[in-house]
Design a protein around this ligand. Structure first.
Ligand code: SAM
Length: 340
């Protein structure tokens, strides 16, 4: 039996890690939300050709969401795993080029349903600063309608976006929508809601069966086009201080982020924590549990093991677990603003 080269062994180990990532994505993220993505991700995990091609990409570019969105954007069939896999192999150079150009910038306005109880409880009016804003669709919590499972639907009449949200625990029901006088954001690559290319990419990031999500995205893009936010290009650590300094007099500055800090390495996250702690602002964080390990000790209960959940925190105090796409809000007893 011939011995394998170190590069061959490394590729094989890499392939196992990539396969594991795709299986986990299939099991814990796609399952129950996108049967086709579940099947395609399991398909990728079991296909030597795809694993070898993914191995040629930088690690950050191997994510299931990115590959699946890029292939779909270019017209890959998603109704059968075999056909999808053959299509990706045959069109690899185009897929590779799009994967290297684009990022997973999924912009989910529905996350506003999980942020709203905190935003509504702060001294009004608000100046919102979102770091990792993508196209800025989470900067319009006052322009969407809300349908929490306990209570009446509310929000501006005629809004093209209604956000349903399942709840548990003593969620502080907002008495009124927040008053937002300034909307600003930073992103490494801000997307322009008015640019058809950017809007098209955002649509490709929506999972195939999620027609409500697609409608929501289109509605939110329309809202953002009507009332453009002040979005700047840059790294959040280098920009957040300047943005807070620009907040109009009389407004409460709120720095917030969701599904962003996981993209930073631990040193950059620690730098962000130090910076924001020193700024005259409130800080709302909505991120996966391991992103800020210091928050784990403050959780009143362990994060759910059977589904993906984010930790919602105000000024470093966890108040709830949230659905990663804003679909649920599980408030901790005795945490955060008083029930309204
Ligand atoms: C998954 S998207 C989430 C977008 C939005 N926060 C939401 O909840 O819908 C993550 C965004 O963070 C941005 N991002 C990642 N690292 C960043 C950094 N160091 N500085 C600024 N933006 C960053 C990405 O470009 C991307 O648009």
């Amino acid at each position: 039996m011939g011995s394998r080269s170190p590069a061959g062994v490394a590729a094989e180990l890499d392939g196992l890690a990539i396969a594991d990532e795709y299986r986990r994505f299939a099991r814990y993220q796609a399952r129950g939300h996108s049967p086709s993505y579940e099947a395609l991700s399991f398909g990728v995990a079991g296909d030597e050709r795809l694993l070898a091609l993914l191995h040629t990409l930088p690690p950050i570019k191997r994510q299931p969401n990115l590959l699946l969105a890029a292939a779909r954007h270019l017209g890959a069939p998603v109704d059968a795993a075999d056909r999808f896999l053959d299509w990706v192999v045959a069109n690899w150079e185009r897929v590779r080029s799009l994967v290297l150009t684009r990022r997973t910038q999924t912009n989910e306005s529905a996350r506003c349903a999980t942020l709203l109880p905190l935003l509504a409880a702060l001294p009004q009016p608000l100046a919102l600063i979102e770091v990792g804003a993508s196209a800025g669709l989470c900067l319009y919590p006052d322009r969407y309608r809300y349908r929490y499972d306990r209570g009446e639907e509310f929000g501006p009449t005629g809004s093209p976006v209604t956000l349903p949200c399942r709840t548990s625990g003593p969620v502080p029901t907002p008495r009124q929508l927040p008053e937002v006088v300034w909307r600003a954001g930073v992103d490494l690559n801000p997307l322009d809601p008015a640019d058809p290319e950017d809007a098209g990419w955002l649509e490709s990031l929506v999972w195939p069966e999620q027609t409500e999500w697609l409608e929501r995205l289109r509605g939110a893009l329309g809202v953002a086009r009507t009332e453009p936010a002040h979005l700047v290009r840059g790294d959040l650590n280098e920009t957040v201080r300047q943005l807070v300094a620009q907040v109009p007099d009389g407004a409460t500055p709120v720095v917030f982020h969701s599904a962003v800090l996981a993209y930073l390495d631990p040193q950059a996250r620690a730098q962000f924590t130090r910076t924001v702690r020193d700024l005259p602002c409130h800080w709302i964080s909505n991120e996966a549990p391991g992103v800020f390990p210091e928050l784990l000790d403050k959780l009143p209960e362990p994060a759910p093991a059977d589904r993906a959940a984010f930790v919602l925190a105000l000024d470093e105090q966890p108040v709830a677990f949230t659905g990663p796409h804003g679909e649920r809000l599980d408030w901790f007893a005795g945490h955060g603003p008083e029930e309204g």
